[in-house]
Ligand binder design. Structure first.
Ligand code: FE2
Ligand code: FE2
Ligand code: FE2
Length: 181
């Protein structure tokens, strides 16, 4: 059994990541239709990261079910500029408040697996906010964002632009665990 507070946080994080995964996919379709190919690629790459996070949280949850999950976020159609701002706001909240708090509770309760899952997510979200910020600056000026290949660790979700690292700096996974977008 996972201690109650940590498990509540895992369920909430699973719900939030699941929605972010889908929301970013929808944002990507919109960006593609609007002619922002690199912005679409960025949304798809980060969507994959959030899928990795949701899977990691899910595997740490041991209850049989019967719980509702709630997650607060934006809903509904917007333009890509607003979608990017929604991404920035969500990632910033996760970086500054949600994951540090969830991680501290898991640490306090001695829940190692959950603590690792929260820490891995936190490290990736820190990077996501900055990437969305860059994309928004470009779209603000009426341009697609200039961005090289985006590499995602399929173990922890670590996200980096450019070449695949020899080893993931967050979880230690080898090069072949990365997926390129
Ligand atoms: Fe995430
Ligand atoms: Fe993220
Ligand atoms: Fe990793």
């Amino acid at each position: 059994m996972v201690r109650e507070m940590t498990e509540t946080n895992l369920r909430s994080a699973f719900a939030g990541e699941s929605q972010a995964h889908m929301r970013y996919k929808i944002f990507a379709e919109k960006a593609q239709k609007s002619g922002w190919s690199n912005v679409a690629r960025l949304f798809n790459a980060i969507s994959f990261t959030e899928r990795v996070h949701s899977g990691n949280h899910f595997r740490s949850i041991l209850t049989k079910g019967g719980f509702q999950t709630v997650s607060a976020a934006v809903f509904g159609a917007r333009d890509t500029l607003e979608d990017l701002q929604a991404g920035i706001d969500g990632e910033t909240f996760e970086t500054n408040e949600m994951y540090p708090a969830y991680r501290a509770v898991a640490q306090f309760q001695g829940e190692k697996a959950a603590e690792t899952s929260f820490k891995w997510a936190l490290e990736a979200e820190k990077i996501h906010a900055g990437l969305y910020q860059r994309a928004k600056q470009a779209v603000d000026q009426g341009k697609d964002v200039a961005m090289g290949p985006i590499q995602i660790c399929n173990t922890c979700g670590y996200t980096v632009e450019g070449d695949v690292p020899d080893k993931c700096p967050i979880c230690g996974a080898p090069k072949d665990k990365f997926r390129t977008f």
